[in-house]
Ligand binder design. Structure first.
Ligand code: MG
Length: 382
């Protein structure tokens, strides 16, 4: 009887989403549910290993979609999580597929090849040839050696085994205090041959925001949904305040008044991002009655908005910010402003424009009573 152990334990810190990446949605369906569905009709049952705090959400999602899986808490390491999954298998599960929940694009053929290999020789691990030349380096980043690429394979999941074999391998690793980065390495240590099977280049592990875009391209039309947003903000110029624009402290006799650092340019940018996603505005997300935001750097608020978008599978693809100020001259600061925004949005510089204009001394900006800013963004949503 075949069981699948699906790992949904990662924190997703490299995704910048601020929550478990397997809960992110891809074309309206959470990543983890896609991963579970991939095993439907192939495995007789599924054990989902989840972070304790996510278990209620996982159970609710499974119930909503009519999917059946036992949900058990993960451990401190990937290896411990797999062990917990192994312990939760029913007696009859004499074959097991171990799979990373973040590899939600795994296809039935890849899974089937792993299963067939187990029937033939006790193990079957999805893998693809390495296309990049791999270098072994020392602590200083100096190359020590260049392994022959034709002997290298990049290993994915599923990693499938005879259940008794993988149990024995985990027990031996535990007894010896060995921590491996995959399950096959534990079997290898037993001196038991591990057979690789053909994986798929589409079977990517969703790790960074770029991976979501790639997954989107693999999945459907190839085009993510594009959404546009615009933002506008004004702050009053006063004495005794710093002038901060796009995270740059600009030397000036006056500064902008506000609850936060009053970075009018980033406020317009954040409103554009929230607007594109129909998520309201920064007043809703960071109320100026909240003491936590007093004097806060708007760069920090921007990081939060980036993670909000990531939770919706969305990412800014380019932005254009206009700052309207009579004084001071902003041109010398533009490169640093672009740099700050590009880093915050994980974008290359050529996707970020910041420009400044005066109003020919007209209106409140021209009278130096305040500075306004406008922003337009394009957001791609998986
Ligand atoms: Mg504002």
């Amino acid at each position: 009887m075949w069981y699948a152990i699906i790992l949904a334990g990662g924190s997703g810190s490299r995704m910048g989403a601020g929550r478990n990446k397997v809960l992110l949605e891809l074309q309206g369906e959470p990543v983890i549910l896609r991963a579970i569905r991939a095993f439907e009709g192939l495995a007789d049952g599924v054990v989902l290993v989840s972070r304790g705090e996510d278990i209620p959400a996982m159970r609710e999602m499974l119930a909503e979609r009519g999917l059946t899986a036992a949900v058990v808490p993960g451990g401190a390491t990937r290896q411990e999580s797999v062990w917990n999954g192994l312990c939760a298998l029913p007696e009859a599960a004499d074959r097991v597929l171990i799979h990373d929940g973040a590899r939600c694009l795994v296809d039935a053929d890849t899974i089937r090849r792993c299963m067939e290999s187990v029937e033939a020789c006790g193990s079957g691990v999805a893998a693809v040839p390495v296309v990049d030349t791999i270098k072994q380096v020392d602590a200083e980043g100096v190359v020590v050696s260049t392994p022959d690429r034709s002997t290298l394979m990049a290993v994915q999941t599923p990693q499938a085994f005879d259940t008794a074999l993988i149990r024995r391998a985990h027990e031996a690793a535990m007894a010896e205090g060995f921590i491996g980065t995959d399950d096959a390495s534990l079997v290898e240590r037993l001196g038991y041959p591990v057979r690789l099977t053909q994986g798929s280049r589409r079977n990517i592990k969703l790790t960074t925001p770029e991976d979501i875009n790639m997954a989107q391209a693999f999945l459907g039309s190839g085009f993510p949904a594009l959404r546009v947003g615009q933002g506008y903000d004004v702050h009053r110029l006063v004495e005794g305040r710093d002038l901060i624009l796009c995270g740059v402290k600009v030397a000036h006799t006056l500064g902008l008044l506000g609850h936060s650092d009053a970075d009018v340019a980033l406020h317009a940018l954040m409103d554009a991002m929230l607007g594109a996603m129909a998520l309201g505005d920064i007043g809703k997300h960071f109320p100026d009655t909240d003491e936590r935001y007093r004097g806060i750097s708007s760069m920090k608020l921007l990081a939060h908005v980036v993670s909000l978008l990531a939770e919706h599978g969305a990412q800014v693809t380019n932005c254009d910010v206009t700052i309207v100020a009579q004084k001071p001259k902003l041109l010398p600061h533009i490169p640093q402003m672009r740099q700050n925004v590009a880093e915050a949005l994980s974008l290359p510089l050529d996707r970020v424009n910041v420009k400044a204009t005066t109003t020919e001394r007209l209106a409140f900006e021209g009278r130096e009573e305040g500075i306004s800013a406008q922003a337009v963004v394009m957001v791609a949503q998986a």
